[in-house]
Design a protein around this ligand. Structure first.
Ligand SMILES: Cc1ncc(COP(=O)(O)O)c(C=O)c1O
Length: 376
């Protein structure tokens, strides 16, 4: 028998694969439900923009041809929207793919990377798989502690700091002064990778312009996606915004043709409707505020969020609460999965749906609180 563990890179041994969880079909069968509302993965609940399905359908006639390798049309469309040069845009099949590309491009075995706990799990996974040592910095009041991140990066001579902003799973946003302190505190030969998966949901008044930071030659790698506000998670499309020489280096590592024709067509059609982004941001803010207000009335604290999800302190067993909601067809995420016992994370959406979520959550929670009160 071949001993594969002796053949693959030693850094892979002991790591767990990314486990996305049960499929919708499995959950439907397990709970005997006809309909499930998915509020556990922060997808854009409104789906793709009008015109996207037609653009994809039209592109299907050309799927026998490899995608155009330079992705010029999409790069130009993204650059036009961001007000930057196409040479700074690196498309990839989702931020997840770009995280692996960045880890592969920057890290040698034994290098250090720094990140907040809790944050999006794939940074640690990709860096550990590349053989890097992951230095975790606890959040402070469930916000990024930028001074501690920069301090850890200096102390451990880190190559990369990973910053998810707004952070998943908290929704907290880094302020301008904090961002400047982080950049000023970095050691030489260290870059910050900022995952802005949720940036389109952020109120414009508090949004940081990190595209300008890239243009100004600061050590910043920006990652963005079409999976969230553009509603294209299933097609897998994202991009990095980086200094042009770095874009070329990332393309050395990234597999050729990694973005498919359907995704490219969908991305272009989405970018043709910028007014819908603002509309969706406002609708999300309304739903999020409504949910936060109703949950506050029910006695739950919610954290300030600038994303399409809310982190809620429920004060009861979060796994039991998640299970109780799943039985009613509402999938939310148990905080225990991020080391946040007693919290749940809920994807936000239209006001009407949020009213239903708040009512069901309050009901299930009251039942659990009663049970917990009688149990020793
Ligand atoms: C912070 C963050 N980054 C990246 C992703 C995945 O992005 P993509 O679908 O572009 O791979 C997610 C998905 O939930 C996320 O929360």
């Amino acid at each position: 028998m071949t001993d594969w563990t002796s053949l693959v890179r030693p850094s892979l041994i002991g790591l767990e694969p990314y486990r996305p969880g049960a499929s919708l079909e499995e959950l439907r069968a397990a709970y005997g439900l006809d309909e499930i509302v998915k509020l556990n993965w922060n997808e854009g609940l409104q789906g793709p923009f009008p015109g996207v399905a037609e653009a994809v359908r039209e592109e299907l006639a050309r799927v026998w041809i490899y995608p155009e390798q330079a992705y010029s049309d999409l790069r130009e469309a993204v650059a036009g929207r961001l007000g930057t040069a196409p040479e700074r845009i690196v498309p990839g099949h989702g931020i997840q793919a770009l995280i692996a590309t960045v880890a592969h491009a920057f890290l040698e075995p034994g290098d250090r990377v720094v990140l907040t706990v809790p944050t999006y799990g794939l940074y640690a996974q990709a860096c550990a798989a590349a053989g890097a040592e992951v230095v975790s910095v606890p959040s402070r009041d469930l916000r990024h502690d930028v001074d501690a991140l920069a301090g850890a990066a200096r102390e451990r001579d880190a190559r990369l700091v990973w910053l998810c902003d707004p952070n998943n799973p908290t929704g907290a946003l880094v302020e301008g002064a904090e961002w400047e302190r982080l950049l000023a505190g970095l050691p030489a030969r260290c870059a910050v990778v900022v995952d802005e998966a949720y940036v389109e949901y952020v109120e414009p008044a508090v949004r940081l312009d990190r595209v300008r930071d890239v243009e100004d030659g600061r050590p910043v790698v920006l990652l963005r996606t079409f999976s969230k506000i553009f509603g294209l998670a299933g097609l897998r499309l994202g991009y990095a915004v980086v200094d042009a020489p770095l874009a070329e280096l990332l393309d050395v590592v990234q597999e050729p043709f990694n973005v498919n024709r359907a995704a490219l067509a969908a991305g272009r059609a989405s970018l043709a409707r910028p007014e819908l982004v603002d509309e969706r941001r406002r609708a999300n803010s309304d739903g999020r505020e409504r949910l936060a207000g109703l949950l506050a009335d029910a006695g739950c604290e919610t954290l300030p969020s600038q994303a399409n999800f809310l982190l809620v302190r429920v004060g009861v067993d979060d796994v039991a609460l998640t299970e109780g909601l799943a039985r009613r067809g509402l999938l939310v995420r148990a905080g225990s999965e991020f080391g946040l016992e007693g919290f749940v994370r809920i994807t936000t959406g239209p006001v009407g749906l949020m009213e239903r979520v708040a009512a069901e959550l309050a009901d299930v929670r009251a039942g659990l609180a009663e049970l917990e009160a009688v149990e020793p």
